[in-house]
Design a binder for this molecule. Structure first.
Ligand code: COA
Length: 327
């Protein structure tokens, strides 16, 4: 049976680190509040020259290097983002240019924090159709560019990063993507959204002054929906594969809030030592959070061949989804 396998992983972050202490001098907050309510201690923030596409290209280069694959061998780039370099061209096309991936088609997936799980699912479908294809699935964000740095309800949460995987087809036993599960509910869009910058409310001086190009969120409501949806779709992935929660060797939920991750793990009855949590150092990096965690787990030797890995995402839209992988 042909399955989609991950040949290489990579991640990249900006140079600058912004700590909770730094934020204390920007808005009325405290390290204690942020750490206890979210689990975040610091995050990376881009400076001049660092963009969603440059971080994505760096993460992709590392994934290609690990796989021993040249940029010109890449057939497709699928990039999840909510903070593209520009509205047009798509950021995947810019990554193609940076890499010199001259034979690759490229496009973006716009599914907020679920962007990487959506991108990986699409890559999986293309590989199943043409197993020889080599596809980069990427999640990359410069959330700092759409964060309201005067709003303490949101600015303490987000960070910038990129993560990438290179996938292709394999007949190597049971290894590879076992199942993918995607959902959305557009009726709940007003709980997490960016009001300005689109055709409903185009860019204007007024929009800029009100910082309406930034993320707006009803945190408490998002929290409840995130816990429920992440739990439900993870259960679906476990049951679809006739598995039990204790079979999962590594659970990688979207890194939005340490309390959300712990609550979901508790409901799934997955022990905490099997839950990958790195939010302390990155904050919420939206579509980048899962591939960055996957790359860390891979490079640190936490993942062994044959391990069951469960990816679980939730974000604006709402969108959510899961991917079950035999490593
Ligand atoms: N520093 C200090 N106090 C803050 C603060 C900050 N950065 N942000 C909010 N507060 C205050 C609030 O104003 C409120 O004060 P009040 O009681 O006087 O009104 C108090 O802290 C509690 O706020 P609340 O919103 O109830 O806190 P919470 O425990 O729900 O935590 C979030 C807030 C945002 C951390 C939490 O709701 C969350 O993580 N939600 C999900 C967010 C998310 O995952 N988004 C992305 C999805 S992909």
């Amino acid at each position: 049976m042909i399955r989609t396998v991950i040949l290489g992983t990579g991640a990249a972050v900006p140079k600058k680190v912004l700590t909770n202490q730094d934020l204390e001098s920007m808005v009325e907050t405290s390290d204690e509040w942020i750490a206890t309510r979210t689990g975040i201690k610091s995050r990376y923030i881009a400076e001049d020259g660092e963009t969603t596409s440059t971080l994505a290209a760096e993460a992709a280069r590392r994934a290609l290097e690990m796989a021993g694959v040249k940029p010109e061998e890449v057939d497709m780039i699928v990039l999840g983002t909510t903070s593209p370099d520009m509205i047009m061209p798509n950021t995947g096309a810019l990554v193609q240019k940076h890499l010199g991936a001259v034979n690759a088609s490229a496009f973006d997936i716009y599914a907020a924090c679920s962007g990487f799980v959506y991108a990986l699912t699409i890559a999986d479908k293309f590989v199943k159709e043409s197993p020889e294809k080599k596809i980069l699935a990427i999640g990359s964000e410069l959330l700092s560019s759409i964060t309201d740095w005067q709003d303490r309800n949101t600015c303490v949460l987000f960070g910038d990063a990129a993560g990438a995987v290179l996938v292709s087809g394999s007949t190597d036993g049971d290894r590879g993507i076992l199942s993918t599960h995607l959902y959305s509910d557009g009726c709940l869009w007003e709980l997490l959204y960016i009001p300005g910058g689109g055709c409903i409310y185009p860019p204007s001086a007024e929009m800029a002054e009100k910082r309406d190009y930034c993320i707006r969120m009803h945190g408490n409501e998002v929290y409840k929906h995130a816990v429920r949806s992440l739990t439900d779709v993870a259960w679906e992935a476990i049951r679809t594969n006739n598995l039990k929660p204790e079979d999962v060797d590594l659970f990688i939920p979207h890194q939005a809030n340490i309390r959300i991750m712990k609550k979901v793990a508790e409901r799934l009855e997955i022990q905490e030592d099997r839950v990958y949590m790195n939010i302390e150092r990155y904050g919420n990096t939206s579509s980048a959070s899962i591939p960055v965690a996957l790359d860390e787990a891979n490079r640190s030797g936490r993942l062994k061949q044959g391990d069951l890995v469960l990816l679980d995402a939730f974000g604006g839209g709402f969108t959510w989804g899961a991917v079950m992988i035999r490593w």
